[in-house]
Design a protein around this ligand. Structure first.
Ligand code: PEP
Length: 256
């Protein structure tokens, strides 16, 4: 597949940065570092705690601020939850959905399918995280990935695929010391692309960017773009330090 002009590099802060002060300092630093590196089209995405969105969305000139989850409801008597329209109205440009840490806390497939559908209907860039728990040598994990993708997208009309991004995140490689290899990533990306094409046809499937996530570092980041067949990265720990994150963005920027 033809490479997209600018890779999609998304940081997932989880709860690593806890105060607004730390978050503001990070954004000021990354903006400065990217300007110094003179990467003309440098862009970054950060999934931050909801409460930081208003402030950070105003400060981030080269960046897009998003959230780590939404409720999948469209308003009403649900104390303590937020709709996609609410987070969008204060500046969120995208949402992660189906992250393995959220799934592990009990998010079920029906709720996730609703979240994906409601987010895409609101024209929100929607980053759906998908990955196998373990990798078997017979390749059964491929069928599991395809099945998961089908279930998670079961309520989405193909006309809404323009705003869909898939993050391939093998659970066995998240928060670990060792990442997947670019080759392991490539095998899963091929399977996901094939599954997308069989769901909605090749033209709609081609619009979907696929990212890799799982122990990305500044040393291994560009290898996933060069050899792993992805259009970008979803990064946890290495996105919480502005210096490291800006080095990753620089290393992934396609040279002409
Ligand atoms: C993640 O949690 O999505 C992730 C990729 O984390 P890490 O980069 O820390 O493995």
């Amino acid at each position: 597949m033809k490479k997209r002009a600018v890779p999609t590099i998304i940081g997932n802060w989880k709860m690593y940065l806890e105060t607004e002060k730390e978050a503001i300092t990070f954004i000021k630093n990354i903006e400065r570092k990217l300007s110094l590196k003179k990467i003309i089209k440098a862009k970054y995405y950060l999934a931050v705690p909801d409460l930081f969105v208003v402030t950070l969305a105003k400060l981030a000139k080269k960046g897009f601020i998003g959230v780590q989850n939404i409720s999948g409801l469209s308003g009403g008597a649900y104390t303590g939850l937020q709709t996609v329209r609410t987070v969008k109205s204060v500046g969120a440009s995208f949402t992660l959905l189906g992250h393995s840490e959220v799934r592990a806390r009990g998010e079920d497939g029906d709720i996730l399918a609703k979240k994906v559908s409601i987010s895409l209907k609101e024209k929100m860039m929607t980053v759906l995280c998908i990955g196998e728990k373990e990798r078997d040598t017979q390749g059964n994990y491929i069928a599991q990935l395809e099945e998961e993708l089908r279930k998670n997208l079961s309520l989405v009309d193909r006309s809404l695929f323009d705003n869909l991004v898939i993050a391939y995140e093998p659970i066995w490689a998240i928060g670990k010391d060792v990442a997947a290899t670019p080759n392991e990533c490539f095998e899963a990306v091929i399977a996901l692309r094939r599954a997308l094409a069989s769901l909605v046809g090749i033209d709609h499937a081609k619009k979907v960017s696929i990212l890799y996530g799982g122990t990305v570092t500044k040393e291994n980041a560009s290898s996933f773009l060069k050899e792993g067949g992805v259009d970008g990265l979803l990064i946890g720990r290495a996105s919480t330090d502005a210096s490291t994150f800006s080095d990753i963005i620089a290393s992934c920027h396609y040279k002409k």
